[in-house]
Design a protein around this ligand. Structure first.
Ligand SMILES: Cc1cc2nc3c(=O)[nH]c(=O)nc-3n(C[C@H](O)[C@H](O)[C@H](O)COP(=O)(O)OP(=O)(O)OC[C@H]3O[C@@H](n4cnc5c(N)ncnc54)[C@H](O)[C@@H]3O)c2cc1C
Length: 304
């Protein structure tokens, strides 16, 4: 692998590359060991070169955006990590259509749409992911969801550049067909509407609600679990008496039991052990399976 990675770095000469990049610096959880090679493409051509090189050399790769829904192994990630981030960003408008490059932060796209007099993305102003990550996760909040406004996706699928008009089956609750490793989102188009004058106030209320209800002062990956049908994960965890439950530096937030937070020095193992314990206790008490929303990635990670 070492030789393959050296060859990969040579082929990507001139692109932004970081060897042994500490993933805790690239995730909102502030957890994770080194990625062998972190690649920060600045445009589609560089991205395609990186993907082709990894495939040709047989190097495993992981695609990430802002790392706000990821828990990375303490042992890091083998191979190439492709971060589609701020170097790959931009916003354009054509009437009420907003076209956004994948590395643009969702909250920036949402705020920009408000500044330009549109509504439709105001629910997203407090979500810390990229457009690529938001499309891949079908991010949503306060009744809004990416799938409600998404009209076109430019992506790489099966090694080819594609432009896809999504249909109903392509996305569901925290699920998207446009998700790495099979599909890599390059840009998304959203259909917005002229602001009727209420959007900015709604955005303000949603941000205020997050500030009051969510443990934003601690590193986390947002909601740890998906919402189980007919329940709320946070309420079940709280009713199971697990608010404040701790393993090492990982804790079930006392403010919002749906969030696992890093109180300082938490490891991936701490978080995984805590998640497993929460799952077991909630299942024993209520017979409900809690499925992680956070993507657990890297060397020797457990399956939860
Ligand atoms: C404080 C906080 C609050 C949050 N609130 C919400 C919320 O209200 N609603 C919500 O839905 N989420 C929320 N999240 C979770 C997170 O912000 C979203 O899931 C976000 O969409 C993830 O985007 P990202 O760029 O960080 O993706 P990452 O975490 O980097 O990646 C997530 C997944 O997307 C894939 N991916 C990333 N980029 C691409 C791409 N270009 N093409 C294909 N696949 C890609 C990755 O491979 C991975 O599987 C919150 C997180 C935090 C920390």
């Amino acid at each position: 692998m070492k030789q393959k990675l050296e060859l990969c770095a040579q082929r990507l000469n001139g692109c932004k590359l970081i060897q042994n990049a500490p993933m805790k610096d690239y995730t909102s959880f502030r957890i994770g060991g080194p990625a062998d090679l972190l690649f920060l493409p600045q445009n589609s051509d560089e991205l395609i070169l990186g993907l082709d090189t990894a495939k040709e050399l047989g190097i495993p790769y992981v695609v990430m955006g802002n790392g706000s829904n990821m828990l990375i192994s303490d042992k890091g990630i083998e191979g190439l990590v492709i971060r589609i981030g701020p170097d790959f960003s931009g916003i354009q408008y054509d009437g009420c259509t907003q076209k956004v490059l994948a590395g643009t932060l969702l909250c920036l796209a949402a705020n920009d749409s408000l500044d330009k007099g549109f509504m439709g993305l105001e629910w997203a102003t407090g979500i810390p992911g990229t457009i690529g990550g938001a499309v891949a996760m079908n991010a949503g909040a306060y009744g809004g969801e990416i799938k409600h406004i998404l009209t076109k996706v430019e992506c790489i699928a099966a090694g080819e550049l594609k432009c896809i008009i999504p249909d109903d089956k392509d996305m569901a609750y925290r699920y998207s067909r446009f998700s790495a490793p099979n599909t890599i989102v390059l840009s998304a188009e959203f259909s917005l509407s002229p602001d009727d004058g209420s959007a900015r106030e709604r955005a303000r209320e949603y941000c205020e609600s997050r500030r009051i209800k969510q443990p934003l002062n601690y590193p986390s990956a947002g909601s740890t679990f998906k919402r189980p049908t007919g329940h709320y994960a946070g309420a079940l965890i709280e009713q199971a008496g697990l608010k404040g439950f701790k393993v090492g530096g990982a804790e079930v937030s006392t403010l919002h039991a749906g969030f696992v937070i890093n109180t300082g020095g938490a490891t991936c193992d701490d978080v995984c052990t805590l998640i497993k314990e929460v799952q077991d206790r909630v299942y024993d008490r209520f017979g409900v399976n809690l499925e992680p929303e956070v993507k657990i990635i890297g060397r020797d990670v457990c399956s939860l």
